[in-house]
Design a protein around this ligand. Structure first.
Ligand SMILES: [Zn+2]
Length: 444
């Protein structure tokens, strides 16, 4: 293959039979009406190579992928191409992705392909150049064994970072997804239609046809879409409108107005253009988690601080606005109620109230509002008054946005954004069985 089509592909090619070559020529003749010019005509072997490449099927799922990698692993180690540790690290990344996105195997396989075919080669090339220029390269980098540097983090080069971090791969994946969905294909529209119709039925109530649409249904669907944090929520809403119209129902002014208002609401807080990194609470080390709040400048453990924002699905700005006066605890029910002012005008915080109950586990989980509140109260040193902003700096002022993000970063060992806690919290609530309506309510 290396001589024929792709210099990076060293696989062997089976000799061709005359019939296959004849069939290929016939197809060309049929389509083009003439045989190709001599200088443009590929050799039979080149055709065969391309045919092999096009028809080569990748692994169909993670298990197959793993099986094929096992063969590769044995070969790679026998030939001393890279270290076992770096191979395992890479496999773990792929496995984690398949757990997180079980339905997106195709995308993960693409990302894997892309990573190995393009990124690794680019990385190797750059390191070789760095080496020649006398620049710093990872200590154990060898030209003939380039992939082992993979496991060392935080060294240099964008390509290298992509390789070593899950987030990078996820980003590559979402870029891939972007490419797939850039052309509004019929099928992706069809999927949107089905999903939004399902959602509308849920909102309308059991057994009721959501069409023709009522104001309540449209608003309910919009609330759910918003609560889910989906970026393309307005497109779903648009499909819902089209469904209604195509079924031959009227669009009276009140319905037009409802759609306009809902669409505005969906676009207003469209959220970040990049998906916030999901930094899970369970990944925080026990040592850090158990450390008392009194050990921290503001009197609250950074991990607890992050968990608090997660459990209430708060963006950084809302988490920072939390005041002690906004929290009510019901000792008997083990319930916590949080009220957050919607704006500066709403200092009494009459706007939004949310209540969460203790997780009820024998030892309270990290994702338990009751647990977090108890810890924040108990561990706060007495020099701090339980008044005003909950999260403060050493000067007892409200924690700035950058300081809050810094605290979240150090708690999670991830590079989080202002949206990370909200997104991670939403995912965790869904994992624990919360329904989409409840989620929308909690996250409104
Ligand atoms: Zn609990």
């Amino acid at each position: 293959m290396a001589n024929l089509l792709d210099q990076t592909d060293d696989s062997e090619l089976m000799p061709l039979d005359v019939q296959t070559v004849h069939a290929w020529s016939q197809r060309y003749l049929q389509l083009m009406g003439d045989m190709p010019k001599e200088e443009e005509e590929p050799t039979d072997a080149q055709m065969a190579a391309l045919d092999k490449r096009v028809n080569q099927m990748g692994p169909q799922n993670f298990l197959q992928w793993q099986a094929s990698k096992k063969v590769f692993r044995v070969a790679a180690i026998s030939l001393d191409i890279c270290s076992l540790a770096s191979l395992m690290t890479y496999e773990k990344v792929i496995e984690r992705l398949t757990v997180q996105w079980p339905k997106n195997w195709n995308l993960i396989a693409h990302a894997d392909d892309k990573a190995r075919a393009e990124m690794l080669e680019r990385l190797r090339r750059n390191l070789v150049i760095y080496l020649k220029d006398g620049k710093r390269v990872p200590a154990d980098f060898k030209e003939d064994k380039p992939w082992s540097v993979w496991e060392q983090k935080g060294y240099m080069g964008a390509a290298y970072q992509i390789a070593s971090s899950t987030v990078g791969l996820v980003k590559a994946m979402s870029e891939l997804k972007g490419n797939f969905w850039a052309v509004p294909s019929r099928s992706s529209r069809e999927i949107k239609r089905n999903e939004v119709l399902k959602l509308a039925s849920m909102v309308a109530g059991h057994g009721r046809d959501p069409l023709p649409l009522s104001q309540e249904t449209v608003e309910g669907v919009a609330a759910c879409l918003k609560g889910s944090g989906m970026r393309s929520g307005d497109q779903y809403l648009n499909e819902l409108k089209l469904l209604h119209i195509e079924e031959g129902y009227d669009m009276p002014p009140w319905l037009v107005r409802t759609f306009t208002l809902c669409k505005k609401a969906l676009c207003r807080n469209k959220g970040p253009t990049k998906k916030a990194a999901e930094a899970k609470l369970e990944n925080i080390s026990d040592d850090l988690w158990q450390e008392k709040g009194s050990e921290f400048k503001g009197g609250i453990n950074f991990a607890v601080m992050y968990a608090w924002a997660c459990v209430w699905m708060l963006r950084e700005i809302k988490a920072g606005a939390c005041k002690w006066e906004h929290v009510r605890a019901d000792e008997q029910q083990k319930q916590i109620t949080l009220s957050i002012p919607m704006s500066k005008m709403d200092q009494m915080a009459t706007g939004v109230k949310r209540t969460l109950q203790c997780c009820g586990e024998v030892v309270c989980s990290r994702f338990c509002a009751w647990n977090l509140w108890s810890r924040m109260q108990k561990e706060l040193p007495s020099k701090f008054k339980k008044k005003g902003f909950v999260f403060i700096n050493e000067k007892m002022e409200r924690l700035s946005k950058s300081k809050m993000i810094e605290a979240w970063n150090s708690a999670t060992s991830c590079r989080v954004s202002g949206h990370s806690a909200r997104r991670s919290g939403a995912v965790e609530h869904v994992r624990r069985g919360m329904q989409i309506q409840e989620l929308a309510f909690l996250g409104r």
